[in-house]
Design a protein around this ligand. Sequence first.
Ligand SMILES: *[C@@H]1O[C@H](CO)[C@@H](O)[C@H](O)[C@H]1NC(C)=O
Ligand SMILES: *[C@@H]1O[C@H](CO)[C@@H](O)[C@H](O)[C@H]1NC(C)=O
Length: 567
Amino acid sequence: MLWISCSPLLLLVCTLALCSLTALADKTKSCMEVRKVYESKGFNLNDAPVHEINGDHLKVCSQGHTCCSQAMEEKYSQQSKHDFKAAVTEPCSTLQNIFSSRYSKFDEFFKELLKNAETSLNDMFVRTYGRLYMQNSELFKDFFVELRKYYIGGNVILEDMLNEFWARLLERMFPLLNPQYQFTDEYLECVSKYIDQLKPFGDVPRKLKLQVTRAFVAARTFAQGLAMARDVINKVSMVNPTPQCVRAMMKMMYCPYCRGLVTVKPCNKYCLNVLGGCLANPGDLDADWNNFIDSMLLVAERLEGPFNIETVMDPIDVKISEAIMNMQENSSPVSQKVFQGCGQPKPLPPNTNTRVSRSISDSNINHRFRSYSPEERPTTAAGTSLDRLVSDVKQKLKAAKRFWSSLPNNICKNNWTSGVNEDECWNGSDKSRYMYAVMANGLENQVNNPDVHVDTTNPDIVIRHQKMALRTMTNRMKNAYNGNDINFIDSDGSSGEEGSGSGGCDPQSSTKCPDDFVIRTTEDLDKTKQKDKISDKTVKTGSGAHSSTASFTVLLPSIILLVRLWR
Ligand SMILES: *[C@@H]1O[C@H](CO)[C@@H](O)[C@H](O)[C@H]1NC(C)=O
Ligand SMILES: *[C@@H]1O[C@H](CO)[C@@H](O)[C@H](O)[C@H]1NC(C)=O
């Protein structure tokens, strides 16, 4: 009935109303998916409209119909900043941890090496020289204190320090080798003036100077380089994104949401341009960073080379005792020359004379040398040799090259983007192919970055400082590699000493050596106490010490040397 009474006009009005209703429903699409995602990020749903609204309020995302309110755009903007920082921090802290842990390992190793060398020298010298050593032990203690100070970056000039050490050692030894005289401090100062001319310690000081300097320069600089790399990464990773970067990140990450495209991921090239623009300044570090890494790899060679710090420090006790042995052997000519230059010293009164010889014989040096067994050999807590540390760190260094320039790629491929699908991805305005080319790395190349406005005229101050620090350190590495221009390779090599006296006496068998356990003095001390086999230049200072009760020994160090070299 109603149908019949309906006039054609009314029918037309009805149809129009229906049409406009469906049209309205089409325009106000549901924002349910967008709200879900928004809520899942922990934001307040009250910000999120249920249906699309007009987007005139939007600052970054495209206006027109949108599921984003002003509050949402602000929240997403903050989220973008957070996402960016997290994305940069992750690979940076991984690399930072690598450098940090390697630094700790090397630092621990070097410090322990020094400690072990000191302990080993102390043990050996107590056994060999007994009280004579203990009365002068602060000389050796200071030697290690200075080495340690140098290593931790103290103001120590190794060459001066070593010269000083030998001069002091000569001042201590000279009166011991000339016990029949008394020496004033002034006289002993005069003695040490002859050290360069007379070379009382033989070639040992010269060799040791070369070895210690080069080994320590390399070790110290390398450790400092590792620590610096760690700090550079830390500082760069804390650089804040510019507002332009945050804006571009927001557009890339969250504007698709506002369009309702919650599952569409950014195109890969698009992401590379956004991250490349955001990381323009760190990207500029690459050249200096790579040079730095290369210089570290060079110095690493010095840590593996024949005169690395481990091979220099391990036998330092043997080397110093070889020097002492040389001094004893050279005692007579050296003393004569010194007497000519500094004047004839005053003889001691006879009663003091005997006190000296007693003090030497008292000095509890009458126990036999016991060779180290390998088990006794100190090992570092790091539990590893330098070789292994170096080959590990070299691998890490190589992998760290081009870190800054590959950072955008590393971040983008970390499931941010559509991956290989370059046609159905968010290109910044649509689900479509991204048309622009990817900009090259670094600040200058960002002039035409289509997605991030980068101020190429004003490099970031933090990055500039890090570049400078890297360049300085690279120079120091190169100097360390050159060992301060020391031509290091010795013709006879520091490990050639075993040639002399091979097949000599065996410290474990009792009879072969003892007759040589004598101290040579410039003049015969007490000819009435002479026993057999004593030349007129050689005197036993120990009263009646003959075989196993050896006195201040000449050959003991060389035996120790032999024993150590044989292992
Ligand atoms: C990749 O995305 C999934 C889900 O979106 C997330 O759970 C995962 O942690 C992401 N992986 C990485 C490496 O970011
Ligand atoms: C994104 O896709 C749209 C539609 O195909 C296109 O007009 C626009 O130029 C593209 N934007 C970029 C940056 O490639």
